[in-house]
Design a protein around this ligand. Structure first.
Ligand code: FAD
Ligand code: NAP
Length: 459
């Protein structure tokens, strides 16, 4: 009698693309499913952990402890890490489908939404993605330069990424020097002349997307005060109804914190973060670089919990030398697979990838590439568990392919294409070297920011 797929005689072979939270939670769900499973986790960088390493702010070290959970998953039998392999370039999804029973894409949302306004591309106008990648030592952004010689910076967007960007600009070098912030960023921030950081929301205070914990931190900075014009906190009836809703306690708390900020005495400190609402950037102007942001005043319309911002035709000018667009991330198409341009995700039903509304056999998605760029690290756990449930339910269909050779089937191709896969043991060597480099300056680690440097260390 032939072996059943998912038994020791015929293990289920799955390629997971991406080593962020959704990739690791998918691996965990598969490894704990009770099936015999062999997983190859393919990651385009030599180093794992996605946005936990390159997104989470350096001064939020506690949140990075989740890496210990992922390390325990990586040590489970059946798991193997293959870093420095970019799917879609070093190996195609089609080739993975030949070597594995299933391919689960957990490749996140690495691009950003655009404002689509005049002047967006002027020097001095940056995306939060670039700035975050730069201060976190992501190899793609190490060579970026941010001109911090101006006194006023403007951030468009009021989500937690905007809060991270504002806080990093607001903190003193002393407040950051014992974090894992990239040394090149710390050096540039030491010379920063920024005094004022405007954080601009297109809707009102009740619709800001900050979580209260992150917002509260602006009241605890050493050399920076939060500031809000109290007049900006008056709520229209629908917004008042929103924060009175028992299910919307988070927004109520956020408005209370704003309210506290608006009445607190300003200290004689060198920096301030100004929160302002109901304004959208209409255009960015300047002679060869950002000099002014033209903001249009908005009014809210629509029912409570579903209000949108509409321009009023009134404009105000805000002089600034720096602009950060923090209006959300966006997925990147994977060669050979369908892509929904509107949402920036791979179309799917319950994690099964769809082409023209028909399920593509063998291909699954999880995390930000599946549902869009929302949710905290933990949100990805349930999301990945749901995708793995779909995959496991499809086992009878997947078993038709019979035996698959897994990583062995792609090893030769990778070698021919001069790709040197990095194992989890290799990552541990990089990790140890980063920790040793950091110890010299009292930091938890000093990241390698150049892929060549990482590979040279392993050679
Ligand atoms: C700036 C920022 C800060 C955040 N801070 C927090 C926080 O403090 N707390 C919190 O709970 N949540 C935070 N989040 C949210 C959290 O990071 C996300 O929910 C989570 O990382 C999404 O997981 P993911 O696995 O879908 O994507 P990612 O974490 O982005 O992982 C995707 C992985 O896929 C890899 N990849 C991409 N393309 C390919 C390819 N073609 N081939 C191989 N590999 C590929 C990438 O290199 C990456 O490692 C933050 C998000 C951002 C943007
Ligand atoms: N510490 C943490 O836990 C942490 C840290 C960072 C990120 N994260 C999580 O990661 C996810 C992504 O965060 P994010 O901040 O990138 O996204 P986000 O929470 O969706 O916030 C995006 C912000 O941009 C605004 N915006 C969107 N399009 C705009 C436009 N065209 N013009 C002006 N403003 C626009 C949104 O306003 P509207 O509301 O009007 O759309 C919103 O204020 C979130 O779930 C977040 O909580 C968590």
């Amino acid at each position: 009698m032939s072996d059943k797929l998912g038994t020791p005689g015929l293990p289920l072979k799955v390629a997971i693309v991406g080593s962020g939270p959704s990739g690791f939670y998918a691996a965990e769900a598969l490894l704990k499913s009770g099936l015999a499973v062999e997983i190859s986790m393919l990651e385009r960088l030599p180093v794992p952990f996605g946005l936990v390493r390159s997104g989470v702010a350096p001064d939020h070290a506690r949140l990075k402890q989740v890496i210990e959970v992922y390390t325990r998953i990586a040590e489970m039998p059946g798991y193997s890490y293959q870093g420095n392999v970019r799917v879609g370039e070093d190996i195609t999804v089609e080739e993975l489908c030949q070597g594995y029973h299933a391919v689960l894409l957990a490749c996140g949302a690495e691009a950003d939404k655009s404002l689509g306004i005049e002047g967006e591309g002027l020097p001095g106008s940056y995306t939060a993605t670039e700035f975050v990648g730069w201060y976190n030592g992501h190899p793609d952004y190490r060579a970026h330069e941010f001109d911090l010689s101006h006194e006023r910076a403007v951030i468009i967007g009021q989500g937690n990424v905007a809060a991270d960007v504002a806080r990093i600009l607001a903190k003193t070098p002393a407040e950051l020097s014992h974090t894992d912030i990239a040394e090149h960023a710390l050096e540039a921030l030491r010379a920063s002349r920024i005094k004022e950081i405007f954080v601009v929301g297109r809707r009102g205070p009740a619709q800001a997307k900050f979580t209260s914990k992150e917002l509260k931190e602006f009241g605890e900075l050493e050399h920076c005060d939060p500031a809000i014009d109290p007049a900006e906190l008056s709520l229209n009836p629908a917004s008042a109804a929103e924060i009175a809703d028992p299910g919307n306690a988070g927004a109520r708390k956020v408005v209370e914190i704003f309210s506290g900020f608006s009445t607190r005495a300003q200290r004689a400190v060198p920096r301030r973060v100004v929160f302002t609402f109901l304004k959208s950037p209409a255009r960015i102007t300047g002679n060869g670089r950002v000099e002014k942001i033209v903001l249009e005043r908005n009014a809210l319309s629509g029912p409570a919990m579903n209000q949108s911002a509409r321009g009023t035709g009134q404009f105000i000018d805000l002089e600034a030398g720096l602009l950060f667009r923090s209006i959300g991330y966006r997925g990147v198409p994977m060669p050979g697979l369908p892509f929904d341009q509107r949402s920036g995700t791979i179309p799917n039903r319950d994690g099964r990838v769809l082409a023209n509304d028909r399920e593509l056999p063998q291909i699954y998605v999880a995390g930000w590439i599946k549902r869009g760029p929302t949710g905290i690290i933990g949100t990805n756990r349930a999301d990945s568990v749901a995708t793995v449930a779909s995959l496991v339910a499809d086992l009878p269909k997947l078993s038709a392919a019979g035996r698959k050779s897994g990583f062995a089937s792609i090893q030769d191709q990778l070698q021919r294409r001069n790709t040197r896969p990095v194992s989890f043991a290799d990552w541990k060597s990089i990790d140890a070297a980063e920790i040793a480099r950091g110890a010299k300056s009292g930091k938890p680690r000093e990241k390698f920011t150049d892929v060549r440097e990482m590979l040279a260390l392993l050679a």
